[in-house]
Write a protein of this length. Structure first.
Length: 56
């Protein structure tokens, strides 16, 4: 069961590797997660952020 989305940061850019959570916050929609990623990109434009699904 999908409960939301978590914002992840990729330690190795766009290469295939494990992404780490930015925080413990779970966003109820992908749109809210992407909005937070956009806000972070304003301050850190080079960081690779991913919204990942959280299942229960």
């Amino acid at each position: 069961m999908l409960i939301g989305f978590v914002l992840l940061v990729s330690a190795c850019g766009h290469d295939a590797c494990d992404a780490l959570p930015v925080s413990e916050r779970i966003y109820p929609t992908r749109g809210e997660c992407e909005k937070m990623a956009d806000r972070i990109h304003l301050r850190r434009p080079d960081v690779v952020l991913i919204c990942g699904e959280v299942h229960r």
